[in-house]
Design a protein around this ligand. Structure first.
Ligand SMILES: [Zn+2]
Ligand SMILES: [Zn+2]
Length: 348
């Protein structure tokens, strides 16, 4: 199959067009011809070498949608020709996490697209009944790749946050692919939303997405005072920390006593300096949130098909331009997601 492959960690040019072996599905898997694949901040980090355990060479891309072209003998719910979207990981189906509906944190299954299993920058991927759902006709193929990660990750994080209607939530990295959809979802959930972005030019887009307030993170963060002003000196009930290192110190200070931080992303991997006294004296809660579960994707498909969240796709490009897509994202030129389309799907 045609694929964009990463042979060695490095700059965007490390992504090379190659002929790569077509993945072979097991009896409990199917083969999906990929229509499109979203480009995630996670891909940029992986390409640059921040996840050194990724086996190389690899075909990246975990935000995948396409059409079933072959089904294994144990597949019962899907047929050839079905339009499908997948979550980022294929779980084992039997471990404690999988049995709890937390297949997003399974460590014993086939694994994560673009890392342990060949991803959507290639023309074909394997999928299982545990990570795949049917797509309604209302969702076109150039939109479907944003469901699982760009929208599903924020959905999962808000579910982890478990906030009552009317709560305030600060969303960092709000102009990015996950952030801009989290803003829409949080508004839909009846929350008061404060979006954090680095770029004043992106404030209008955040307001359009539903943010009630927009604050700016300059060098060293420094938005917590403004957040306190907005919340009458109290601080926010919750932070969705999507940016990570650049915003974390100010995000912690923006929380009210008894507040909750859901840690979703980190654009600049490394440790965060943190004084435990802050957490002790203010009884702050820190909750991790990884990707999305199949149930999250099920809800997201419904929400998008009903038009309650508008997918924000900043650019659609051919898969062959994957390196250019990485460069544009690193330059922060894009609000929302970049979707890479395979040639056959672009022609359709
Ligand atoms: Zn992603
Ligand atoms: Zn499992």
């Amino acid at each position: 199959m045609k694929a964009i492959r990463l042979a060695a960690f490095g700059a965007p040019d490390a992504l090379q067009a190659v002929d790569s072996p077509t993945p072979e599905p097991r009896p409990d898997q199917m083969l999906v011809r990929v229509a499109g694949c979203g480009v995630c901040g996670h891909d940029l980090l992986n390409r640059a070498g921040h996840f050194p355990h990724t086996p190389l060479p690899c075909v990246m891309g975990h935000e995948v949608a396409g059409e079933v072209v072959e089904v294994g003998s144990l597949i019962t719910r899907f047929r050839v020709g079905d339009r499908v979207a997948m979550i980022q990981r294929i779980g084992c189906g039997t471990c404690i996490a999988c049995r709890n509906g937390q297949e997003n944190i399974c460590t014993s299954g086939p694994g994560f697209y673009g890392e342990q299993i060949s991803g959507g920058y290639g023309e074909y991927v394997v999928a299982s009944e545990m990570n795949t759902l049917h797509l309604p006709d209302a969702i076109p193929m150039d939109v479907a790749p944003v469901l699982s990660c760009a929208i599903g990750t924020g959905y999962h994080a808000l579910r982890r946050a478990a906030l009552p209607i009317g709560s305030s939530v600060l969303i960092t990295g709000a102009s990015g692919g996950v952030g801009i959809h989290a803003v829409q979802l949080a508004t839909l959930a009846g929350l008061e939303v404060i979006g954090v972005t680095t770029s004043p030019a992106k404030a209008a887009e955040l307001k359009t997405a539903g943010a009630h307030h927009v604050v700016f993170a300059g060098e060293g963060g420094g938005f917590h005072k403004e957040v306190r002003d907005i919340t009458d000196g109290v601080g926010v009930d919750c932070v969705l920390e999507i940016a990570g290192t650049p915003t974390f110190p100010s995000s912690v200070r923006a929380l009210r006593a008894g507040g909750r931080m859901v840690v979703v992303g980190n654009v600049d991997p490394g440790n965060w300096p943190f004084n435990p006294a802050l957490s002790i004296l203010k009884e702050l809660e820190f909750i991790g949130s990884a990707h999305a579960t199949l149930n999250d994707l099920r809800k997201v498909i419904r929400i998008v098909a009903d038009g309650k969240v508008r997918p924000q796709i900043g650019r659609v490009m051919p898969v062959a331009q994957a390196a250019e897509a990485h460069r544009a994202m690193e330059a922060k030129e894009i609000t929302g997601r970049v979707v890479l389309m395979h040639e056959h799907a672009m022609a359709a």
